[in-house]
Design a protein around this ligand. Sequence first.
Ligand code: PMP
Ligand code: GLU
Length: 398
Amino acid sequence: MEYINARARRLKPSETLAVKAKATELKAKGIPVIDLSTGEPDIDTPEHIKEGARKALKDGKTKYTDVMGIKELREAIALKLKRENGIEAEVSTVIVTNGGKQALQSAFEVTLEPGDEVVIPAPYWVSYIPMVEIPGGKPVIARSSPENGFKLSVKELEAALTPRTKAVIINSPSNPTGAAYTQAELSAFADVLARTNAFIISDEIYEKVVYGDFKFVSTVQAMPQLKDRIVTINGFSKAYSMTGWRVGYATGPKDVIAAMGRLQSQTTSNVCSIAQYAALAALTGPQDAIPQMVKNFDRRLNAALGIIEQTPGLRVMGKPQGAFYLFIRFAELAKNSKSEVVKSSGALVNFLLERAGVAAVPGEAFGDDQAFRISVAAADEQVIGGLEKIRDAVRTLL
Ligand code: PMP
Ligand code: GLU
């Protein structure tokens, strides 16, 4: 008897988390591994945020909270959205979720009918496709070209839209490529989307991690004419190094957020009360850990890019404008090497783990089988040492 339903049989584990688990297992066996797989900031959660949690515990904030999240946190989020993102959110249109991940999943769950199409720009973050498929939606991949720095063009977006398009995902800055859209680029998308009924899911989790003079703009701010059909997703994992606390949030049309609240009330009830108070401390406390963290990422990105330049066959399509990954293409290596391991990103990543002792994520998980992703959210010596080992291993393939 098969008890697992067809949807769950098709469901694969998140590849980013699977690679991390494999690297951790090898390390536990005493095998040295430089883990550049999962994207989580290497710094500890800042002290004032932990203090917020300690105080909540001491004050007995240990009971169920409002399903949508504690009022103080939702007020602080609404204020942040207004001040920083030009989003006129009310407390009633903010929901606190178990990470940005649950906010995304819940938004798809309450909006998609079986067969509804969702446009996903590629390369995409690993979890978008399964998240759309779980409620029966149909992912439609919009391919951006490496030559355009992996930014989707208006034409590429247009080509993916059909009368069945229910939603379009925008993830700027992007995981895995670091490509990020300017106000003008988003505004050009808006002109096209205004001719459809599609709603937009804007994943802004890397908002605070941007480099040089790139200016982050929220999708709502860039597309004011479409603001009533944009769901904005954000969270505390990346900006505040709170990946384990599991706090994210969404804001958007009243009916969508209310439906997400009904779903939450029947499933998870609420986010851990202590974690919500910690998130409140994150938003209301000092913000100076963020620029320091971003400066560290920037320094490591520059060092890593220098090493990749000396590695024949590997290429990054320009420096990322945001997030903390390098999406490294090996198309040239695949052309010039006779080795079996360049035939797929999975094989190359396995080779890098075995030969170089470095864990990376295969590009196939992000929709590009001629690439792999490394994270620079690891100590300088890990990033630099890891890239040098990758360089030396890749040279043996030529
Ligand atoms: N969106 C993107 C693009 C991400 O990279 C992540 C990281 N896991 C998330 C959403 C969700 O993060 P979390 O659930 O930790 O908030
Ligand atoms: N977003 C991070 C990554 O892509 C964390 C792991 C995950 O949730 O996928 O590596």
